[in-house]
Design a protein around this ligand. Structure first.
Ligand code: SAH
Length: 344
């Protein structure tokens, strides 16, 4: 089955021409699809054409299977189902600057970070661009007076391990005839696949790059992130500098504070020294404890102390607000729970 929504307008034209249809229909179909319409709603197309489209491909690649709403802050956690029966997660957060959607880029993940629930069962497959767009449309369908305004690729999966589909998604979601979401409102988070980060810097896509750093040195990073055995911190930070140089945008470093691992004031000092002079921002987040692993979050005081050291060293840093803590808001937690419950 074709995924119509994952095609660029030129590809849609080509596909229509091959079906013996008029290529100018491509523009109409593109905007219908990206508005989330079903074939049956595409009323300016003939019934025959709508049937042809439906026979050759799908209109909606993603459906909402379950929604949980946080009583604390209204955050919505979605469990989405895909056409092949796989399921993925997304999280919709309501910030004062607009609705922010966190989407998945793969079914599972193979990066093996010790603290992350998404990776516990490995990676099933990468998502297509249409499946990433479908998550945005699902979220739009439950929003009342607004649309998704910001997108973060921070759900399950490693975006740089699904490179072509992610780049295609970014071009399509920001397309003026489509959802038209500004690239400056999109963040792509990576655990640090250096060659892909360097390639990504050259795509001409002014998104925010987030690097999951989580450690001030290679020794600690290697304890919690297998990718750190492949690429040293120096190589990884160099790739970040290259990204800054090429795009003119600052890089955001994600740093999950893990008790007894990376959260001491000495770690903060070491981190500050490593990042000195870089155009960057550090996002601190107390680790969301994952029951399967013996890694624990930190107290408010530990967060404050860590932050204080960074500030004293003039490193821009904030504590990221945790959203949806009561609904298994963190990466991979809900999918994991559903898979666990489904097991006999
Ligand atoms: N693979 C990408 C994007 C998905 S993970 C990446 O590694 O960046 C999104 C973010 O959530 C990453 O910063 C990741 O390190 C973080 N994360 C994963 N599990 C977490 C947990 N238990 N507590 C806090 N942050 C977590």
């Amino acid at each position: 089955m074709l995924e119509w929504m994952g095609m660029y307008p030129e590809e849609l034209k080509q596909a229509l021409a091959e079906m013996g249809e008029k290529p100018f229909r491509a523009g109409q179909i593109f905007s219908w699809l990206h508005r989330g319409a079903r074939f049956s709603e595409m009323t300016n197309l003939s019934l025959a054409l709508r049937e042809k489209l439906a026979a050759a491909g799908v209109d909606q690649p993603v459906e909402i299977r379950q929604t949980r709403v946080s009583k604390l802050d209204g955050t919505k956690k979605f469990l989405f189902s895909l056409r092949d029966g796989q399921c993925i997660e997304g999280v919709l957060m309501h910030y004062h600057y607009g609705a922010t959607l966190c989407i998945s880029t793969q079914v599972g993940c193979k990066m093996g970070c010790r603290f992350c629930a998404s990776t516990l069962d490995g990676c099933v497959r990468g998502l297509t661009a249409a499946e990433m767009l479908g998550q945005v449309q699902c979220a739009n369908s439950v929003l009342e007076n607004e649309k998704v305004h910001n997108i973060v690729l921070m759900g399950s999966g490693e975006p740089m391990d699904n490179y072509d589909n992610v780049v295609r998604f970014l071009r399509l979601v920001s397309h003026p005839e489509g959802l038209n979401i500004g690239l400056r409102h999109i963040s792509v988070s990576t655990c640090g696949l250096v060659p892909q980060m360097r390639r990504f810097a050259q795509e001409g896509l002014p998104v925010t790059l987030s690097l999951s750093l989580h450690a001030p040195n290679d020794e600690i990073r290697r304890q919690i992130m297998p990718v750190a055995h492949r690429y040293s911190m120096d190589e990884t930070l160099d790739a970040c500098r290259y990204y800054i140089e090429k795009t003119g945008r600052r890089v955001v470093f994600e740093y999950a504070l893990i008790d007894q691992v990376n959260a001491s004031p000495a770690c903060a000092e070491e981190l500050a020294a490593k990042l000195r002079g870089m155009q960057c921002h550090v996002n601190l987040i107390p680790l969301n404890t994952v029951k399967e692993r013996n890694l624990y979050g930190v107290s408010e005081k530990q967060v404050r102390d860590f932050l204080e050291v960074l500030e004293k060293r003039h490193i821009s840093a904030t504590r990221r607000r945790e959203m949806g803590d009561d609904i298994e808001g963190a990466c991979g937690q809900l999918r994991k729970k559903v898979l666990r419950e489904a097991q006999p």
